[in-house]
Design a protein around this ligand. Sequence first.
Ligand SMILES: NC(=O)c1ccc[n+]([C@@H]2O[C@H](COP(=O)([O-])OP(=O)(O)OC[C@H]3O[C@@H](n4cnc5c(N)ncnc54)[C@H](OP(=O)(O)O)[C@@H]3O)[C@@H](O)[C@H]2O)c1
Length: 398
Amino acid sequence: MTHPSLSRRRLLQLSCASLAAAPWLGSSAWASASLPRKAIGMPFPGVQLPASPQPAPSEGSVGFAVMGLGGYGLGRVMPALARAERCHVAAVVSGNPEKAARAAAAYGLPDDAIYSYDNFDAIADDDRVEAVYIVLPSGLHADWTEKSFAAGKHVLCEKPMALTSAECERMIAAGQQAGKQLMIAYRCHFEPYNLRAMELMREGAVGAIRDIETFQQYRMGPTSPAENWRVVRSLAGGGPLEDYGIYGLQAALYLSGEMPSSLRAETVQPANDPRFSEIFASVRTEMQFPSGATARLFTSYDTNPGRNRVAVAGADGLLEMEPATGYGGQHMTLTRGDASETLAPGDPGVQFHLQCDHLAEVIRDGKELIVPGEMGLRDVRLMEAIYRSAAAGETVAV
Ligand SMILES: NC(=O)c1ccc[n+]([C@@H]2O[C@H](COP(=O)([O-])OP(=O)(O)OC[C@H]3O[C@@H](n4cnc5c(N)ncnc54)[C@H](OP(=O)(O)O)[C@@H]3O)[C@@H](O)[C@H]2O)c1
């Protein structure tokens, strides 16, 4: 099950599975070599495992199975769970047995806490696991969320929730049927700079909001759908918008406190570039809000230098965040009149474990989930509207 060195023959086998599972993939010349829309093991990413096992879980701590040991799963999710106060890593789910064994050993997990995509269903009988954190390529979120609910577990699912609103609706229905929580890993809702920005906007710190501007962009190195799921349509959707631009989209909503009434978008997909044979290179969106405010969102995998900016211009001031939504290094200034102040509301590094602890307090204390599946569905519907507008070349009502 481990992803091999991707021989030509293997790639052709994979592509057949991919096309069968995702008929809407299309018939691009590159599709024949795409990674499949199917859970498979991949090589060890360039991350460091902890030198000592995670601390013993506290009384009542929620045990998580981490599914998908890639860059984010191993690099951020497992360390966050180990740092969290009310949850811990209880199992791993991976298609690469050697990598899973190394990760399990590093976190102090026994061998019987290692699952593969093939024997995952057996996790239903494992009481050490109450929740599954899904860190798979985005096109696999829906199926594995449903399987996790079928196994009687809560789900914390990475962003984007899924690639279509129909998939999101299926996920929500499966959670309701199982009577389990479905949380979307929108980490900025737990990050001090973004939380302070939301508070400032609620307090009217820039006056009536006139315009929000967001840039989430970088230049992706040479790659192709044969080696990188982020450029495979059936695993990544349109590409940069679902992966990175979603932060700008989210910020426009949580800072304006409104839903757009209409939007207009454009996509760019250069020819003869294997990075963009299946996905878009850039997406530009303009939104109109009922208050009269506008938002201009740009996201791209093809611009250098990279940017991660969110700015809110109001009648009385300007809030600027750059970098705005990263793992760390946030910078934020508030300008009113001639006065400009730099705000440093806290350590962005807490966002990863506070997010995990939030699901624990929802499960244990009955707190209301602040980033539920319904929010993920809302955003996927907006992304669908963005692509609809770009395809039609016209403004669409939302
Ligand atoms: N919130 C954030 O800031 C943030 C940041 C980065 C990524 N993410 C999200 O996390 C998810 C994973 O991203 P990532 O950067 O960790 O990706 P990645 O490094 O490529 O890892 C993905 C892992 O998924 C598993 N996998 C199963 N089927 C696969 C397939 N067909 N193709 C490729 N991998 C497959 C593999 O794990 P095994 O080998 O263990 O089976 C692989 O290592 C995505 O949904 C992404 O949007 C979120």
